[in-house]
Design a protein around this ligand. Sequence first.
Ligand SMILES: Nc1ncnc2c1ncn2[C@@H]1O[C@H](COP(=O)(O)OP(=O)(O)OP(=O)(O)O)[C@@H](O)[C@H]1O
Ligand SMILES: [Mg+2]
Length: 816
Amino acid sequence: MAGGPFTSLFRIYASRNNVHSARVLLSNQNFRSMRQFNNWVLETHQFSTSFDVPRRQFSTSLVDIIHSHSPLKNPQFTIFNPADARQFSSSVDDEDGNRVKLNENKSLDSVENGGLEGVDGNSVGAGDDNESCVCDSMVIEEKQSDDVEGGNNIVGKKNLAFRDPVELYRELLTAEKNDNLKRSDWDTLQEIFSCFSKSGWAANQALGIYIGKSFFHTAVNRFRNFFFKKCSAELAMHLVSLGASDKAVRFLFPIFVEYCIEEFPDEIKRFRNMISSADLTKPHTWFPFARAMKRKIIYHCGPTNSGKTYNALQKFMEAKKGIYCSPLRLLAMEVFDKVNALGVYCSLYTGQEKKHVPFSNHIACTVEMVSTEELYDVAVIDEIQMMADSCRGYAWTRALLGLKADEIHLCGDPSVLDIVKKICSETGDELYEQHYERFKPLVVEAKTLLGDLKNVRSGDCIVAFSRREIFEVRMAIEKHTNHRCCVIYGALPPETRRQQANLFNDQDNEYDVLVASDAVGMGLNLNIRRVVFNSLSKYNGDKIVPVPPSQVKQIAGRAGRRGSRYPDGLTTTLQLEDLDYLIDCLKQPFENVKKVGLFPFFEQVELFAGQLPDISFAHLLEKFGENCRLDGSYFLCRHDHIKKVANMLEKVQGLSLEDRFNFCFAPVNFRDPKAMYHLHRFAALYSIKVPVSIAMGMPKGSARNDAELQDLETKHQVLSVYLWLSQHFKKEIFPYKKKAEEMAIDIADLLGQSLIKACWKPESRQGGNPRPQQKEDGHERHKGDGYRRPNSLVKIYEKKRQEKELLQGHSQKVVV
Ligand SMILES: Nc1ncnc2c1ncn2[C@@H]1O[C@H](COP(=O)(O)OP(=O)(O)OP(=O)(O)O)[C@@H](O)[C@H]1O
Ligand SMILES: [Mg+2]
């Protein structure tokens, strides 16, 4: 890597001004006024090490030196000489670090006013640093006059606030214990150290020199002991005059830094290695091959039922080689069928199945399975707003950053448009936007079902947010009306969901009502005339919460599909009191997402594990979460479910780290103890290298009650996990793939048959979560059917309604 103009200029400047050494300061935050060294402060942003650059190394590339110390690929840094207020700021921002932007001769004032920009464009020098900036310019003035007097050694003895902390620390090292302080002064000093120890600012800044939060208090205690033994009267009195305040903490901090650098080199090195191995910054650099391409990204942006996927699929089918990335297995299967039916050979690739169609150049896959190795002409990433999903978002982010395709079509709502723009500016891809409107507006029926399921009509989809609620609604409808219901919910295998969807879509049968969970929310083409929300609150794994507006929109948008029996979509609620919330949700603009999900690859976790060799995998993941560094546009995806599986597999000996990592991604429902038991058994057999058996009997027939139905669901889950493992591990260890496939098809069939017959009361899953339907969750009885629905959100929105008086009356239709 060549040095570029910045380095040459620095070299000329340094030689002309007889600079002996420069110190690079260390920080992921802005540390700029921390220290001075022979009149030089070399400043770094989002950069995290501390080292001196001696004069003899000025002849080599300064950029090289900085890069060799930096865990970041493209650190930005500023170098300035306080003696004459000259400052150079530089950002090395091209791929090989050669292109250097040079700003010469900015006055320090512009720096004080936040004239510099950090790596992520944040203004530097704001907030916490203001005080130290002011202090810094005073240091400069002081030093300039001292220099005139001749030499560094006589630097401002008069005013400790302006002394070089390095010198102060050196003096402390050689000082004798001070016995002349009053008791009250010692007490004040104790208070100052207690304040220091509790200071969030100091703990954060200490991260810049790799003093981790867990070690910070120990370091401060040791520093206090050292300080109390050595502190001069002058120093103590200066601190006492500041009192237990932020000023005292900020005064002490640079001395603390010196102490730590000398006393804790091993701890610093260990933490530094740990941090750099948990570095998730600049994820676009993880895919150098995709970066070497000039990709064209087309964002099909619009609400539901507006033709986004349709248009993207046209390009996919026209391409020589294409890949379609789906949010759901079911949708991947739908595209696989549709595309093959149109004469474009297409294979199917999901976590559980690989259907290779001979001579095919097209693939429909689930987004988690997308290959970033293969080259494609056209890729489609459907439901791109899922990048912001707290659990699965990383799969969409990875697909967008890593796909090697000349053209990538993104389909989704506008919520991630801005962040996709930002990502494209980092990757260098061209972005084109294509905006869509709904084919037909969605109409809200203000009358609602008036709390009575007897008002259900043909073509209705009643949306409920738990399995139990779904079956209760279905029972009530079938008992009190002549309608027959299909059901779709998350625990059903995709094949059964599809069978139920077909049954509902098909006009030539009596199944004309659908009762479904939010599992219908994404992309599926269903002949729905009206979406009726049975309730608008759901259990989020912890408590009952209102369904988020984005999800309400997505689900309501299922009503009325172009080309279906019902091109005009309607939506409403069961209860009048829920209507305002529905209207509120539909009227809300799409949120503008600020961050999208990331998750480390196995190799990154492995690197991190090297720093913490003796801890459990679950603990390792936790530590990774605590210590990983992320750029401002990304968050680390939630991995509670992974940790749950990791904990369960903890006692299974003989699994490598990679095995554990893979097992933890198996699509198991961790709330289902039977499914977890089987996963444990699979891992135990795998660990002793015994071919893994399915060891699960086939049910004799369709379910006769809810317990048997749940048993079928679990059995399918177990087979799905087996199939997933057989695709992710060596075939020899999971030799019964074929058998598992056959069993899974049969069980999906039995589930379909069972659902057609089902007319029993739902039961709770054993060992599962508290049921949202239980009394303590505040659910109420409904019209003597034995059916209970969640409490309305009326209280929450009552106030809002009064204020807004959204509706004039409840008889007219509202078009959203
Ligand atoms: N130009 C078209 N010609 C014929 N049918 C179309 C056309 N555009 C869309 N459709 C049909 O309209 C329906 C909705 O289109 P599409 O699935 O592309 O919507 P979308 O915007 O992706 O909605 P979603 O939010 O459900 O993903 C589909 O059944 C699709 O086949
Ligand atoms: Mg779509």
